[in-house]
Design a protein around this ligand. Structure first.
Ligand code: ATP
Ligand code: MG
Length: 347
C-alpha cells in the first residue's frame, strides 16, 4: 500500500498532454484500489510563482482544473482533491527545506532552466519561481507520498525531493519518505509535443488541445497542426519522426480505430509505412487523428459540461479535500519540527 501525490498548476484548463501524461494514469491508479491514500493538488501557490501579476488567471482556473479532473474520472470519494494555498503547513516545510538545498543545485535543474528561458525571465527570475522545486518537495513529503505520477519534465523535481529527504533524514531523524516518479507506460505520453511541433504541449505556450475544447475546436486545431515540412506534395516521402500528427497517433491510436475510421489500413505501422514511402496526404492522416480524438474526448467533455452546472458543489469538494489535506500535513510538520528539535513547547 502506498500513498500517491500529484497535481497541476491552475494556469489554464488541462490539455491532452496532461491527459496522456498523468491524468489517465491517476484514474487507473485510483481505481486499482491498491493505494492507501491519493492526494491530488491544485498547485495555485506554485502557479503564482510566475503569475504574481495575474491572480485572476490562477483563481479562475482552480474550478476549471477541478472540473477537468472529475470529468476524467478522478473521484472525490476515492481521492483527496485540494488547493495548495489552503495548506499553510506546506510553506513552513518549504522554509526549513530551503536550508538543505544550495543555489547551485537549483540552478542545475534542467526543467527550471528551460522554463526560465521559455518565460523570458533573463535576469528577473522571481525568487519563488526559482525555488519552486523546494516547495514541490514540501508538497510531496507533507503527505509522505511514495508514488508521484507525472510527465517527464517533472523528473528533476522528484530527484530534488529525494535529495532533500535523504539530507533531512540523515541530519535529523528519518521521518520523511523518498518518493518515486511514475511515468506513463507509453514513452510518447511522457512528453506530448505541442500542436506547433514544440517539444511540449504546455498551457504557457498556448499550443494545446484542451479537454474542454468543442468538437469544432478540436477539428480546427488538428487541421492546423504542424507536420513534416519536407512533405510538400502527396507523392513525396514523409517523415513520421518529430511529426506531431504521428506522435499523437502513437499516443492515442489503437488497432480498433482503423476498423472504425480508416479500414484501408490494419494498424499504425501500415499507415506510417505508406506515409514514409509517399502517396499519403497529411489531410487523410489528420482526418483520422481527428476522429480518434473526437471519440476519446466527447465523453470527457459531456461529463465536464454536466459538472460545470454546479460550480458550488466543486468548491465544496475542494474545501473538504483541503481540510483533510491540512490535517495530514500538520501531522507531518509536527514530526518534522520535533525531528529538528524546534518543538520547544511540546510536552
Ligand atoms: P505550465 O505551462 O503552466 O507549466 P503545463 O502545461 O506544463 O503548465 P503543469 O500543470 O505544469 O502543466 O503540469 C502538470 C502535470 O502534467 C505534470 O505532471 C507534467 O509532467 C504533466 N504534463 C504537462 N504537460 C505535459 C505534456 N505535454 N506531456 C506529458 N505530460 C505533461
Ligand atoms: Mg509545467
Amino acid at each position: 500500500m502506498g500513498v500517491i501525490l500529484t497535481g497541476d498548476r491552475p494556469t489554464g484548463k488541462l490539455h491532452l498532454g496532461h491527459y496522456v501524461g498523468s491524468l489517465k494514469r491517476r484514474v487507473e491508479l485510483q481505481n486499482s484500489g491498491e493505494f492507501e491514500d491519493i492526494y491530488i493538488m491544485i498547485a495555485d501557490a506554485q502557479a503564482l510563482t510566475d503569475n504574481a501579476g495575474d491572480i485572476n488567471k490562477v483563481r479562475n482556473n482552480i474550478s476549471e482544473v477541478a472540473l477537468d479532473y472529475m470529468a476524467c474520472g478522478l473521484d472525490p470519494n476515492k481521492a483527496v482533491i485540494f488547493i495548495q494555498s489552503q495548506i499553510p503547513e506546506l510553506c513552513e516545510l518549504s522554509f526549513y527545506y530551503m536550508n538543505l538545498v544550495t543555489v547551485s543545485r537549483l540552478q542545475r535543474n534542467p526543467t527550471v532552466k528551460n522554463e526560465i528561458q521559455m518565460r523570458g525571465f533573463k535576469q528577473s527570475i522571481p525568487v519563488g519561481f526559482f525555488t519552486y522545486p523546494i516547495s514541490q518537495a514540501a508538497d510531496i513529503t507533507a503527505f509522505k507520498a511514495d508514488i508521484v505520477p507525472v510527465g517527464e519534465d517533472q523528473l528533476p523535481m522528484i530527484e530534488q525531493t529525494r535529495d532533500i529527504v535523504r539530507t533531512f533524514n540523515s541530519l535529523y531523524k528519518p521521518v520523511l519518505v523518498e518518493p518515486s516518479a511514475v511515468l506513463p507506460n507509453n514513452s510518447v505520453c511522457a512528453r506530448l509535443p505541442g500542436l506547433d511541433g514544440a517539444a511540449k504541449m504546455s498551457k504557457s505556450l498556448g499550443n494545446c488541445i484542451y479537454l474542454a475544447d468543442s468538437s469544432n475546436d478540436i477539428k480546427k486545431k488538428v487541421q492546423s497542426m504542424f507536420t513534416d515540412p519536407t512533405h510538400l506534395r502527396v507523392e513525396d516521402p514523409g517523415h513520421v519522426e518529430n511529426n506531431p500528427v504521428f506522435i499523437y497517433l502513437d499516443a492515442f491510436c489503437k488497432d480498433e480505430h482503423f476498423a472504425e475510421f480508416l479500414p484501408s489500413y490494419q494498424n499504425l505501422d501500415e499507415l506510417k509505412a505508406h506515409y514514409q514511402r509517399g502517396g499519403l496526404g497529411d489531410g487523410t492522416v489528420k482526418k483520422f487523428l481527428n476522429e480518434i480524438l473526437q471519440n476519446e474526448l466527447a465523453p470527457v467533455r459531456e461529463k465536464r459540461e454536466y459538472l460545470a452546472k454546479d460550480v458550488g458543489a466543486i468548491f465544496d469538494i475542494l474545501k473538504k479535500g483541503s481540510e483533510k489535506a491540512e490535517s495530514v500535513a500538520a501531522k507531518t510538520l509536527d514530526e518534522v519540527k520535533s525531528a529538528m528539535g524546534i518543538n520547544y513547547f511540546a510536552k
